[in-house]
Ligand binder design. Structure first.
Ligand code: FES
Length: 326
């Protein structure tokens, strides 16, 4: 399992500033639920002084996404936009006492949401990874601009690091050649600018796609075997084996089972959760009772999602919907 710092755990289990901010006058949205991660950052900015008076977030992602988003809000409240705009993804990770390399993309998402929110306040347009340059990684919808930016800002020198920071290359890896090309190009630029030592720079052909895939698979298998339930909503029960390749009926039953197991935990806090529909990997749920409009609803959704992924052994996305679609 990931090695999280105490601060990451604290921000995940006790996130601050979660939920909607009705007085927001700057909003940044990045990622997409269809990509597995999405973050909406809302700021209340004093128009005179440009001081960020309040900040809230809603995210659909893993525990690190919640921790990174929550930490970011704490980092920026009280700062001017001019100060906040200089915060990098590395600053967010450092604030949290570090993030596992595989989770660095969560800090990148925070950085991008902040840039988008500031651009929104200034009436400018933030070009996210879906709008800028040619699409490089189709599995995760990551384009050249985002990869170049991540390599440059974080001085990345390997394909695996690109995957950790952007998710690109974390699936079929048919984007390998293009990732190599971008990495070698930006590294050469950094060497020319005196930012990177020549011997650290990536050169074409240095990595092997098959080897990277085999390593990633071995790592995932090991994690799956070792992984305990990590969600605060997860009851302590042994995990079943990964269920890739299961029939839809079996998947549906497991999802129903997992939600039934979680309901007592939600009910304890006066809330409830109802399974509405399953469409491919999207699991539509309706949060009811105290969960409705609850400041922690996005965290609850993430907790349910983590529990389902652990139970099914395959990635699924929990999408909150209103129950009248039933
Ligand atoms: S296209 Fe990049 S991992 Fe599949």
């Amino acid at each position: 399992m990931w090695d999280y710092s105490d601060k990451v755990k604290d921000y995940f289990f006790n996130p601050k500033n979660a939920g909607a901010l009705v007085e927001a006058n700057a909003v940044g949205e990045v990622g997409a639920i269809s990509c597995g991660d999405a973050l909406k950052l809302m700021l209340k900015v004093d128009p005179e002084t440009e001081v960020i008076q309040d900040a809230r977030f809603q995210t659909f992602g893993c525990g690190s996404a919640i921790a990174s988003s929550s930490a970011l809000t704490d980092m920026i409240i009280g700062k001017t936009l001019q100060e906040a705009i200089t915060i990098t993804n590395q600053d967010i990770a450092d604030f949290l006492g570090g993030l596992p390399p595989e989770k660095m993309h969560c800090s990148v998402m925070g950085y991008e949401a902040l840039q988008a929110a500031i651009a929104n306040f200034r009436g400018e347009e933030w070009h996210d990874d879906h709008e800028e340059g040619a699409l490089v990684c189709k599995c995760f919808g990551v384009d050249e601009g985002m990869i170049e930016r991540a390599v440059r800002m974080n001085k990345l020198t390997t394909i695996e690091q690109i995957t950790d920071y952007t998710k690109a290359g974390g699936g079929c890896l048919t984007c390998f050649d293009k990732l190599e090309e971008v990495l070698a190009k930006v590294n050469a630029e950094l060497v020319a600018e005196g930012i990177l030592a020549a011997h650290e720079a990536y050169s074409l052909g240095a990595a092997d796609a098959a080897e990277i895939k085999a390593k990633a698979k071995a790592k995932k298998d090991a994690e799956r075997e070792a992984a305990p339930p990590t969600s605060p909503l997860a009851p302590a029960s042994p995990l079943p084996p990964p269920s890739a390749g299961m029939t839809n009926l079996k998947k549906m039953r497991l999802i129903e089972e997992a939600i039934e197991e979680l309901r007592p935990y939600l009910k304890k806090d006066g809330g409830d959760c109802e399974l509405i529909d399953v469409d491919g990997n999207n699991v539509m749920v309706s949060l009811t009772g105290a969960c409705t409009g609850c400041q922690m609803a996005s965290v609850t959704v993430s907790g349910i999602q983590e529990r389902l992924i652990a139970k099914l052994g395959v990635p699924v996305r929990v999408v909150p919907v209103k129950s009248h679609v039933h």
